[in-house]
Design a protein around this ligand. Structure first.
Ligand SMILES: Cc1ncc(COP(=O)(O)O)c(C=O)c1O
Length: 336
């Protein structure tokens, strides 16, 4: 039985007030463009990100894929980080479904891509090569808020070389909260930005792709092709609107709880904690105790994930400071 679920910010359940917003939603057939709640969500998200238009999609994966396919055609290429979600964690969709070649680049220790590496990866116009069309970045990346100056420089580099730009902003509001700026600042210069409603914002489903109107129109056609044209989907858009209104400013609480967790876990020599920027915390557990420690957490109802030998603890609106303290007590019981 899971008592406190730190696996991901996707595990949140819709609150009673969000469920009420869902029940009250005005709806229509969104494929016909008739759903007023979807329209409001698309407009509101675009406005918050400083873009002209928005498109509601069922998932962040489909939103990224629709964006990549709107920017790139068959035989084109996108430059992307090795650990970027739209390269590594989306089942190769861009290549499989879009015939788009990824050009992955290793990240620097701080999560950025070295601009020299990006530049070196841009192919000259030569029939041997795929056509490099797009630079895709992600912020936050693995919970890290990448600096605005880096984002600006990367976008400028792309522009100078005639590339379009896409931002996987699944957690762009976490990035903005951590950087202390409005989300539109994080989105500056990007042609498209994908925003998830179903992560820290607490909605059950949904992402919004925002950008220039012609790109969003193209993505709308691709969404239909991918099977993402939904009908009376205002019931889900209502949850998204509720999330944007009520669950953005409280992301700071999640960040504070991740910090609290980081400080608590750092007290144990077997735990090497990477200080969190936002709501995602990575912990290396000493190999000699890792298996027993993981079993202890599981037996006491504390759920975390382990990837690449690191534990990942994620805070969100269904784990408060008391849950963090309860988890720390269970950790302490193992080490004492
Ligand atoms: C950075 C990032 N982008 C995109 C996605 C994909 O979102 P979804 O699970 O809604 O497809 C995720 C999901 O965890 C993510 O973390």
């Amino acid at each position: 039985m899971i008592r406190h679920d730190f696996r991901s910010d996707t595990v949140t359940r819709p609150s009673p007030a969000m469920r009420q917003a869902i029940a009250d939603a005005e709806v229509g057939d969104d494929v016909f463009g008739d759903d007023p709640t979807v329209k409001r969500l698309e407009e509101r998200t675009a406005e918050l990100l400083g873009k002209a238009a928005g498109l509601f999609l069922p998932s962040g994966t489909q939103s990224n894929l629709a964006a990549l396919m709107a920017h790139c055609g068959r035989g084109d290429e996108y430059i992307v980080g090795q650990m970027a979600h739209c390269y590594r964690w989306e089942a190769g969709g861009a290549a499989v479904l879009g015939s788009i070649q990824p050009q992955p680049i290793a990240h620097q220790a701080d999560g950025t891509l070295a601009l020299a590496d990006v530049q070196a990866a841009i192919k000259p116009d030569d029939p041997h090569f795929a056509r490099t069309r797009l630079l895709a970045l992600e912020n936050t990346l693995g919970g890290r808020a990448l600096p605005l100056s880096y984002m600006r420089d990367a976008v400028d580099l792309a522009r100078r070389h005639g590339l379009a730009t896409h931002l996987d902003g699944a957690r762009v509001f976490n990035a903005a909260t951590s950087l202390g700026v409005p989300a539109a600042e994080v989105a500056v210069g990007f042609d498209t930005v994908s925003v998830c409603l179903s992560k820290g914002l607490g909605a059950p489903v949904g992402s919004v792709l925002v950008g220039e109107a012609d790109l969003i129109q193209r993505a709308r056609r691709i969404r239909k092709m991918l099977g993402g044209g939904l009908r009376q989907v205002g019931i889900l858009a209502a949850a998204g609107l509720y999330a944007l209104e009520h669950n953005v400013t409280r992301l700071a609480d999640d960040h504070a709880n991740a910090q609290r967790l980081a400080e608590g876990l750092s007290a144990f020599p077997a735990m090497t904690v990477t200080p969190p920027d936002t709501n995602i915390l990575f912990v290396a557990v000493a190999p000699d105790v890792a298996d027993a420690f993981n079993a202890h957490l599981k037996a006491h109802g504390i759920a975390v994930t382990s990837t690449y030998g690191l534990q990942r603890w994620v805070t969100h609106l269904d784990v408060d400071a008391a849950a963090v303290d309860a988890a720390l007590d269970i950790v302490a019981a193992f080490f004492h």
